[in-house]
Design a binder for this molecule. Structure first.
Ligand SMILES: Nc1ncnc2c1ncn2[C@@H]1O[C@H](COP(=O)(O)OP(=O)(O)OP(=O)(O)O)[C@@H](O)[C@H]1O
Ligand SMILES: [Mg+2]
Length: 438
């Protein structure tokens, strides 16, 4: 990140309105979940709750017969409407249709929808239009931006409901690997289609690092180096961040926090959802091997059963994070055949060995970029839902040779709160204390 950007932090006594009364949101646009923090003049930061009073919303949308369904409702409807349920959007957002990653996703059943290349060669979603006015039903393409804009619009609507006022501005997190074009496209989705003005796009780990700097770092610390490890649904990102304090004023002795992002690295195709796929494969193979399925087609050829089993796999994964075994029961999964069995955590770990072998790779890459060794890292902070898998933390503990990995921030919400902090400064609507970020 070039230059020094002055960003703000709220003074400990809270937010003070010093200008126009504008509300804004910090949006963590994840591949699995959308989370947003609402900033209102004179009020404490608040997480935006969805219609089910949940603090995070599955980043998915279903175009039903008459309405759009979001979050958990979309997940529920995904079995019924597999071809018009759009999920894991961030991983394909703005990607070229023929990119290896996209084709791999199609093969690996992340995408059960029909996809095609739009006029730019970018991934677009095929939907069948109903055939208005008695015309023949036809096929239409939804652009990457259009589907993402539906989610952003939904978040905006929730925030406005909570604020009881309009919300016009936002900061959105993007993965550090997003290209220039992808950044432009997400801006377009927000600004041209969702009616939100984008103050800034920030990397997830940068947003978390700013939040961490606010009250988790000693006020006089110099060269305090922290490694942020963030395993989300579909990628793993690492940032090495150095916190110092500088005296930038000749008049006062007051120290200003100085945050340097020393290096970033990522593993684009390593996320917790990849573990869902491993579990899906175990379960699909077991289902196909049932006596009742002899001579019948592979479950994977059926979009509805595939969606249902993927949903079950995600659930089982969470059970296996807390228990060594899980009972699986999917009634009438396909052709009235029920899948019922007990699955061991050890079996999942064995089948996922290729994934686990890559858990520490972005750490090595980030250390190499920063020219640092692990001995020079003072703290490790874990973020994202993926770190709840016991094998992941076990591998990190071993590799990092630290007894305790830090979880000082709320690993689910640090990114949206951090972006809200960054956004509140950009508007100059709030009284803020200076922090320097490079
Ligand atoms: N207890 C758990 N055990 C294992 N995995 C979990 C657990 N709880 C959540 N997860 C997984 O964490 C993932 C979501 O994490 P997170 O909210 O950090 O993702 P995201 O920010 O949407 O994704 P990304 O940052 O990759 O775009 C999901 O795949 C979810 O299944
Ligand atoms: Mg994330």
């Amino acid at each position: 990140m070039a230059g020094i950007l002055a960003i703000g932090m709220f003074l400990s006594q809270g937010i003070e309105d010093i200008g126009a009364r504008a509300n804004l949101i910090g949006v963590d646009f994840g591949s699995s979940f959308m989370k947003a923090t609402l900033v209102r003049p004179g009020k404490k930061f608040a997480i935006v709750e969805n219609t089910a009073a949940k603090r995070k919303t599955e980043a998915m949308v279903t175009l039903g017969k008459e309405n759009r369904l979001f979050g958990a409702d979309s997940l529920l409807a995904s079995g019924k409407y597999p071809l018009t349920t759009f999920a894991e959007l961030q991983r394909t957002f703005g990607e070229q249709f023929d990119a290896e990653l996209v084709q791999k996703m199609k093969e690996h059943r992340f995408i059960t929808n029909e996809i095609a290349a739009d006029e730019r060669g970018v991934v677009a979603w095929k939907v069948t239009s109903a055939g208005a006015g008695g015309e023949e039903p036809g096929e239409e393409l939804l652009h990457s931006e259009e589907v993402v804009a539906m989610l952003l619009q939904y978040v905006k609507m929730l925030a406005e409901k909570q604020a009881e006022a309009s919300v016009r501005e936002c900061v959105i997190t993007v993965p550090s690997w997003f290209s220039y074009d992808q950044r432009l496209m997400i801006r377009d989705a927000a600004e041209q289609l969702a009616g939100l003005s984008v103050l800034q796009l920030v990397h997830e780990n940068t947003a978390a690092a700013v939040l961490f700097g606010i009250d988790k770092v000693d006020k006089e610390a110099q060269n305090h180096t922290v490694l942020f490890y963030n395993m989300g649904g579909m990628d793993t990102e690492v940032a090495i961040v150095r916190y110092s304090h500088l005296n930038v004023s000749e008049k006062s002795k007051k120290l200003t926090p100085y945050i340097e992002i020393l290096a970033e690295a990522h593993e684009r195709d390593l996320g917790s959802k990849d573990l869902d796929l491993v579990l899906f494969d175990i379960l699909a193979d077991k289902f196909n091997a049932l006596k009742e399925r002899e001579g019948k087609p592979d479950l994977r050829t059926n979009p509805r059963a595939t969606k249902r089993l993927l949903k079950e796999a995600a659930k089982i994964k969470e059970v296996l994070s807390a228990n060594k075994q899980a009972s699986v029961k999917v009634p009438e999964l396909l052709d009235y055949v029920t899948l019922q069995l007990t699955l061991e955590r050890a079996e999942m770990e064995e089948k996922a060995s290729e994934l686990f072998a890559r858990v520490t790779r972005p750490i090595e890459a980030a250390l190499a970029k920063a020219g640092l060794s692990m001995d020079e890292i003072h703290q490790v902070e874990l973020l994202g839902g993926g770190i709840r898998t016991p094998k992941v933390t076990e591998l990190l503990e071993k590799a990092l040779k630290v007894k305790e990995l830090g979880v000082h921030l709320n690993g689910d919400e640090a990114m949206c709160f951090g972006s809200a902090f960054i956004g509140s400064n950009s508007t100059m609507n709030f009284k803020v204390a200076a922090v320097m970020l490079t």
